[in-house]
Design a protein around this ligand. Structure first.
Ligand SMILES: Cc1cc2nc3c(=O)[nH]c(=O)nc-3n(C[C@H](O)[C@H](O)[C@H](O)COP(=O)(O)O)c2cc1C
Length: 157
């Protein structure tokens, strides 16, 4: 694999961050953490879900507090985040909106507890004109055992 890859991820409770770390270890790629203001969500999952629903209804997505790197230097961006209500978490949506002007190919990776639903279709719809590779979904409890799944996902790049 000779591509220059960026791993860009959001993680509300640290699970997708663990998967991003494994990808980083496998690829030696650069990493961008989609930081948002710390008071955006609650520590409670249900309150967080309600806040995210309000963001979706208003279109007022979280602000990314760290500038997104210049994507023209990358051949591929692996975009990671948790599944929220069967779809990408709102900070991932903020990221996709922010990079709308770029044409770098994207590949989604995501963590969930068992119902990823239409995550990849939703991701593709949000990603607009970007070329999208097949994604990788991992149940959070299985990340420690995901090395084979990760290696096989990375083979396509
Ligand atoms: C607001 C919210 C909505 C969620 N919706 C789903 C869902 O629809 N399906 C699912 O399997 N897990 C769902 N989860 C669980 C997370 O996707 C899962 O725990 C994920 O691995 C968390 O990753 P993170 O620690 O990187 O945020 C939800 C969690 C939150 C906080």
């Amino acid at each position: 694999m000779t591509k220059k890859i960026l791993i860009a991820y959001y993680s509300w409770s640290g699970i997708t961050a663990r998967l991003a770390k494994k990808l980083q270890a496998a690829l030696g790629a650069d990493v961008y953490n989609m930081s948002i203001p710390t008071d955006t969500f609650s520590a409670d999952m249900y309150e967080t879900s309600a806040i995210a629903q309000k963001q979706l209804a208003s279109g007022n997505l979280p602000r990314l507090t760290v500038v997104v790197p210049d994507l023209s230097q990358y051949d591929l961006v692996l975009v990671g985040g948790p599944v929220w209500s069967g779809a990408p978490a709102t900070p991932v949506r903020s990221f996709l909106k922010e990079i709308a002007g770029s044409s770098v190919p994207l590949a989604p990776f995501y963590t969930h507890t068992g119902s990823a639903d239409d995550y990849e279709q939703e991701f593709a719809a949000l990603a607009g004109q970007h070329q999208i590779f097949k994604g990788m979904g991992v149940v959070g409890a299985h990340i420690a055992d995901a090395d084979i799944q990760i290696a096989s996902w990375l083979e396509q790049f």
